[in-house]
Structures are given as structure tokens and as C-alpha cells.
Design a protein around this ligand. Structure first.
Ligand code: HEC
Length: 174
């Protein structure tokens, strides 16, 4: 190897080193690895009270009685038309929509409409449980809490007086 060739190889190595150094510098500039002051993934796991059986207990829904005593059937009808009418019918003998007909539902059994294809959780309770005012209170507060897996896609009515008004209206349908 003559000195000329040696110089070429040496120069090539130098250039490679230089390129690597520049790339490193530019890379660091571009990415800006900023230090994070604290852990940003704060996962807030709410502790659900667990019953002895290991079942998760739902939040308490206050009893509906006192609110039913001062309920407005007229307001209940308005709420029902607005919140439930797209999926339910309410007059005797009317066909189901997305959900079953609800005429005479208060005091009736779960999954009361024979021709309706209820979800499994409803079918399992048919004939075993009855829609009284308190069950409706809990169901309408948060349908999925009472009936996990229900196909009633409805978040619930949070205001207890509104639930009482709705239940009072449902009671009037008989
Ligand atoms: C998006 C459609 C939808 C809306 C809105 C809706 N429901 Fe339902 N509802 C259903 C379906 C579907 C079922 C059947 C549930 C199942 O099989 O899981 C049902 C079931 C019920 C049942 C049980 C009936 C039975 O025979 O056991 C009641 C009571 C009820 N709904 C009341 C209401 C009330 C009151 C409202 C308004 C505040 C409402 N629903 C809003 C779709 C709806």
C-alpha cells in the first residue's frame, strides 16, 4: 500500500466519523429529549366496594318513594316522549320498536312482552322478577348496572325526580 492509497483510506474514515458525529448532533437537536418531571400516566383506579360474595356492589340509588309522592305524570309523559319514544311504544297492543311495548309494565314481569327477542339477562329473569317502582328506579338510573349486558342502549336518567315522574307516568298506563 503506497502512502497515497493510505491517505485515501484515512480520509474516508475521517469523513465517516465526521458524518456520524454530525448525524448524532442533528438527531439530538431534532428530537429534543426533554426530561419529564413526573409520571404522566396516573391511573386512577376507583376502589369498588366488594361484597362478601366477591360481587361488585353498585353505587346506592336513593329510594324513589318520597319522590313518587310528589311526581308529575304530565312531566313524566314529556320525558318519556323525549327519552324513550324512539325505542318504545306505550299504548296497549302497539308493536315493539327497538325495545318492547311498555303498556302496563309496572307490576309486570321482567321481559314481559312474549313476542320480543330480549337479551339473555332479561330472559333469565323472566317470571322470576317483577318491575315494581323500586326496580324501575334502579334500572332507569343506570340500565346496565341492574341488567349487565342489556341491549337497551340508554345511559340512564340521573335526576331522581325525573325518574319518579317517568315511573309515575308508566304506572298510569293501565
Ligand atoms: C335506544 C333504545 C332505547 C331507549 C332510548 C330506551 N329503551 Fe328501554 N329498552 C330497550 C331495549 C332494546 C329493551 C330490551 C332490553 C334487553 O332485551 O336487554 C328495553 C327494555 C326496557 C324495559 C324492560 C321491559 C321488559 O319487558 O322487561 C323497560 C322498563 C324500559 N326499557 C324502559 C325504558 C324507559 C322508561 C326509557 C326512557 C327513559 C327507555 N326504556 C329508553 C331500548 C331502549
Amino acid at each position: 500500500m503506497n502512502s497515497f492509497e493510505f491517505n485515501k483510506i484515512f480520509a474516508a474514515l475521517l469523513v465517516a466519523l465526521l458524518v456520524a458525529m454530525i448525524a448524532n448532533l442533528v438527531g439530538e437537536e431534532a428530537v429534543h429529549p426533554a426530561k419529564i418531571a413526573k409520571n404522566v400516566f396516573i391511573i386512577d383506579v376507583a376502589e369498588a366496594p366488594v361484597e362478601s360474595g366477591g360481587e361488585v356492589k353498585e353505587e346506592k340509588v336513593p329510594p324513589i318513594g318520597p319522590f313518587l309522592a310528589k311526581a308529575s305524570v304530565a312531566n313524566g309523559e314529556k320525558l318519556v316522549n323525549k327519552l324513550c319514544g324512539q325505542c318504545h311504544t306505550f299504548k296497549a297492543g302497539e308493536p315493539a320498536k327497538v325495545g318492547p311495548n311498555l303498556f302496563g309494565i309496572v307490576g309486570n314481569t321482567f321481559a314481559h312482552m312474549a313476542s320480543f327477542a330480549y337479551s339473555r339477562v332479561f330472559q333469565e329473569k323472566h317470571g322470576k322478577d317483577t318491575w315494581d317502582e323500586e326496580k324501575l328506579n334502579i334500572y332507569l338510573h343506570k340500565p346496565r348496572a341492574l341488567m349487565p349486558g342489556t341491549k337497551m342502549a340508554f345511559a340512564g336518567i340521573k335526576k331522581i325526580q325525573d325518574r319518579a315522574d317517568v315511573i309515575a307516568y308508566l304506572k298510569s298506563l293501565k
